[in-house]
Write a protein that binds this ligand. Structure first.
Ligand SMILES: [Zn+2]
Ligand SMILES: [Zn+2]
Length: 247
């Protein structure tokens, strides 16, 4: 009854105040799949390139075929695949930076809506049972005040009616800032940084994060989840960074 009333109220509100784009404030066309306005979506570089089927690393040539990248060939990742909205570039990069560093927490729903729509085919084939956000160490969380990946996982969980427990996976070692480290340094920095609090019982897990860069964080989290009882782990991120974008 309550949800019916809420939906009715929302419909009335939409008539008086048409929903606006959470990025630019422009008018949104009312529809279940609308998250951002067409102008903002035009600035999102959706992934059209050929890519690594495992970690979604995009290759420079859009016309090439998909094949495993060097890093995945050298050491098979513990996760099965990475799903993403697009490249960490252009308007998507800008929007993620606002979401992550500038307190634009209200973007969580629009991002989750877009992710849920774009990943629907994947969801049906993989059938995740639990969503797990990449955690922040508590010191980091104190200074940042929120974990954007957890906000995203929770909203995605609302769309897909899946649990997104906040404390299952924990970051137990703070480590250095990943930014500015090479791939190898990132891996060393993260060794043993994550642990499971509690146990999983054969669930298919979807690990959720904002950006995947080298994949070092996703590897460590996936290993911890598998060691803690997950049967399978796949990864969903908003954006995939090209390696030359590493800084
Ligand atoms: Zn917009
Ligand atoms: Zn790869």
């Amino acid at each position: 009854m309550l949800s019916y009333l809420r939906a009715e109220l929302k419909g009335l509100l939409d008539l008086v105040l048409p929903p606006s784009c959470p990025l630019c404030g422009g008018v949104l066309k009312v529809g279940p799949a609308t998250a951002f306005c067409p102008d903002c979506l035009d600035d999102f570089p959706f992934l059209k390139h050929s890519r690594c089927p495992r970690c979604a690393l995009p290759y420079p040539l859009a016309s090439g075929s998909d094949h495993l990248c060097e890093a995945c060939l050298r050491e098979k990742p513990p996760f099965e695949r990475v799903e993403c909205l697009g490249l960490y570039d252009g308007g998507l990069r800008e929007a993620i930076r606002r979401f992550k560093f500038h307190g634009a927490v209200h973007l969580d729903r629009a991002f989750a809506r877009l992710l849920a729509t774009r990943l629907e085919y994947f969801r049906r084939s993989y059938r995740p049972e639990v969503l797990v956000a990449v955690p922040l160490h508590r010191q980091r969380l104190r200074s940042r005040t929120y974990n954007q990946s957890l906000l995203l996982a929770r909203e995605l969980g609302r769309f897909w009616r899946l649990p997104a427990p906040a404390r299952l996976l924990r970051r137990i070692r703070p480590g250095l800032q990943q930014q500015g480290l090479t791939g190898e340094q990132r891996r060393r920095n993260l060794k043993g940084a994550f642990a499971l609090h509690g146990k999983l019982d054969g669930e298919r897990v979807l690990l959720v994060d904002d950006v995947l860069t080298t994949g070092a964080t996703a590897r460590e989290c996936s290993s911890a989840l598998l060691a803690g009882g997950a049967s399978r782990v796949a990864v969903a991120v908003l954006a995939r960074a090209r390696l030359e974008k590493l800084q």
